[in-house]
Design a binder for this molecule. Sequence first.
Ligand code: ADP
Ligand code: MG
Length: 245
Amino acid sequence: MNEQLKVSVKELHKSYGNNEVLSGINLEVAPKEVVCVIGPSGSGKSTLLRCLNGLEQINSGIIEINGYNLVDKKTDINKVRQNIGMVFQHFNLFPHLSVIENIMLAPVQLKKLTKVDAKKRAVRLLDQVGLSDKADVKPASLSGGQEQRVAIARALAMEPEIMLFDEPTSALDPEMVGDVLAVMKDLATNGMTMVVVTHEMGFAKEVADRVAFMDGGKIQEIGTPDEVFNHPQNTRTQDFLSKVM
Ligand code: ADP
Ligand code: MG
């Protein structure tokens, strides 16, 4: 067990029925590292993120988060999960709660924070994502980009050590994308450990420490943005990049 690593995945295999979706994934993420995962639709990116969050039954392999083995029955999976924030393509805010109540909910329920402390934290987070003026409105009155920034604030309210993003800007109108990416870049700059599945190649180039290219349930290539984008070694990477860039 390497306590220096935030994420350590070894020979991860995951099937749905007869369909092997992850075919031997190896991935290590160091503290404060940002790894962007790119690759074609159906290559297993979302499944990998769900495995990291303990949301999937895996077939074989080892997944360690903060040194805790997710597969070990003695591991308190809920405790581990509280240290992982996850942001999806579709934001799933609670529609009947105000923005600030959405952000306060989990810390009050799961971390037993007092409402006063949870509110202080939520106010700070709303400022961080640039939405201080939206505390008391309902999610329905927000734009998609604003909703997604609230979703990020809500995930951060649990003070996670790792943030997982699954195509957080793919469902947004183009003019909303920049604000969400700016919040994510800010998080990265401030030392959050992040795994980001994205189609935003500009973001990956600029913000990632390493870029992983997935295809056919495998990480085909992983390296610095310069290595993967400018000097891809794998023909599948070359082919994918020629289509998206
Ligand atoms: P990506 O995020 O790269 O587009 P996914 O991880 O969503 O890829 O999917 C990888 C493969 O796993 C696809 O063939 C998809 O159809 C399949 N898959 C994903 N989730 C499920 C599920 N819950 N049940 C069955 N098959 C699934
Ligand atoms: Mg996906």
